[in-house]
Ligand binder design. Structure first.
Ligand SMILES: C[S@@+](CC[C@H](N)C(=O)[O-])C[C@H]1O[C@@H](n2cnc3c(N)ncnc32)[C@H](O)[C@@H]1O
Length: 248
């Protein structure tokens, strides 16, 4: 079992993120990029409280396995499964060390790579994501925007969070994220420079890499107006990528 992580302090609180403007844009962009999960076997690495695991299952995935090293995040995911059984399994695994857990048509990695501060761990996790895909299977990943423009992050509280720089490791930029929820909470992460995710995917045998444009739901554009969303569109905190494991 892995060491307690910063997410053991967060647990259920994390669910609030999905309703903040940033979470709404993240989900819409992910949905626009996501290969159809219907009838697919899905592995959700870094599933946290299981919000996206539940989404994949509700969208018709045949099987969903969510894995995460943080017990408190998994505890919430399991409670949600008990309250409303969807047939999702959750297991404690660290994505940098996990074995092949099965044959999956779709592997999701929504933010866990942004918690790795050394290149070796980063490459190992990407290799493990790829190893769990069947040939031709799809990876969908959300990572911190490699082209983050720090000068524009001053506007981010309007989207529900503040992000500040911490240490520069020489390989990647540390950051501190405060989520203005009720109650607020914070966590730290790492922003990797442009090209690292792409290189790591190529080394892991992933092809057809695509970065997907930010999507804001029409209803949100109508409700809050395009001006409100302009900074997030120009300087998203996230980047959504898809790739495929090479056939054969
Ligand atoms: C920002 S949360 C996102 C959770 C979930 N994917 C979502 O979007 O709702 C990041 C998650 O990555 C997990 N994580 C951090 N390091 C990880 C690792 N080495 N392997 C797998 N998951 C990890 C954390 O425990 C946390 O639950």
């Amino acid at each position: 079992m892995s060491e307690p992580s910063q997410y053991d302090r967060i647990g259920e609180l994390y669910e609030q993120v999905k309703d903040l403007p940033m979470g709404i844009a993240e989900r819409a962009t992910l949905l626009s990029a996501l290969p159809d999960p219907r009838d697919r076997r899905v592995l959700d690495v870094g599933c946290g409280t299981g919000a996206y695991s539940r989404m994949f299952r509700r969208m018709g995935a045949r099987q969903v396995l969510g894995v995460d090293p943080a017990r408190e995040m998994l505890a919430y995911a399991r409670e949600a499964e008990e309250r409303e059984p969807l047939g999702i399994s959750y297991e404690a695994h660290d994505g940098t060390a996990m074995a092949k857990l099965g044959d999956f048509d779709l592997v999701a990695a929504i933010w866990p790579l942004g918690h790795l501060g050394d290149r070796e761990s980063y490459d190992r996790m990407v290799a493990n994501l790829a190893a769990n895909l069947v040939p031709g299977g799809h990876l969908v990943a959300v990572v911190p925007n490699p082209e983050t423009d720090w000068d524009r992050l001053a506007d981010y509280p309007g989207y529900g969070l503040s992000v500040t720089k911490t240490e520069d490791t020489g390989e990647c930029q540390g950051c501190y994220v405060r989520v203005h929820g009720d109650p607020p909470f914070e966590f730290t992460g790492y922003i990797w420079p442009p090209g690292v995710f792409e290189e790591s995917c190529a080394a892991a045998g992933l092809t057809g890499l695509r970065r997907h444009p930010v999507v804001i739901p029409e209803s949100e554009l109508a409700e809050r107006g395009p001006e409100f969303w302009a900074t997030l569109r120009a300087n998203p905190m996230f980047a959504v990528f898809t790739a495929r494991r090479a056939e054969g």
